[in-house]
Design a binder for this molecule. Structure first.
Ligand code: GRF
Length: 187
């Protein structure tokens, strides 16, 4: 089984779901959680789960070898983006192309791209009166929300749903499907 690092910028509920999914099976492939945000709740989750974490700056990611060095030191061979808001630089892609996945809270190519994250996605989906939304798990390339799609799962939207209600449905799908798909890719 490959060694996994998770990159997250925010709450980290997906990171936690992934770690717990594997631990229930007696496995522990997630060796490191990385964040660009020193105040991200994912760092608290990492502490509670006993997973090592690392916080990096924009400079560290784009202009220095810092992040790559940390990944190498921990022998990471697979990267999971879970609510990570910065673009993956070419230097990381060069080393990990075909080994980085992302999850997006909508049915790409709709509602993706720069600035389309978090509640903005669900608000846009509702504003357009969509009847369904869902999740997209995809490979990562040099553009936001762009690489080949691995899995999409949809859920229906009721006309009275608030963005928060849609977010909750989508999160439920994410927490269920993301760990399962990651498992298939790292075995
Ligand atoms: C998820 O909805 C994911 O699809 C998107 O960012 C959100 C992260 O949520 N990329 P969390 O931090 O895992 O709770």
């Amino acid at each position: 089984m490959k060694n996994v690092a998770i990159f997250a910028s925010g709450s980290g509920s997906n990171a936690q779901a992934i770690i717990e999914y594997f631990r229930k099976k007696g496995k522990d492939p997630v060796k490191l959680i990385l964040s660009n945000n020193p105040n991200a709740y994912v760092l608290e989750r990492a502490k509670q789960l006993g997973v090592e974490s690392f916080v990096f700056s924009r400079e560290d990611l784009y202009n220095k070898p810092t992040v790559l060095e940390v990944l190498k030191a921990k022998k990471i061979d697979f990267i999971v983006l879970a609510g990570f808001l910065w673009l993956i630089p070419a230097s990381l892609l060069e080393e990990y192309r075909g080994k980085i996945v992302n999850i997006h809270p909508a049915l790409l190519p709709k509602y993706g791209g720069k600035g389309m994250y978090g509640m903005r996605v669900h608000e846009a989906v509702i504003a357009n009166k969509e009847k369904e939304t869902g999740i997209t798990i995809h490979w990562v390339d040099e553009k936001y929300d762009h690489g080949d799609i691995i899995l999409q799962v949809s859920c229906s939207i009721n006309p009275t749903d608030s963005p928060e209600q849609v977010a909750a449905k989508v999160h439920e799908l994410e927490h269920y499907y993301y760990p399962i798909e990651i498992e298939k890719l790292i075995i």
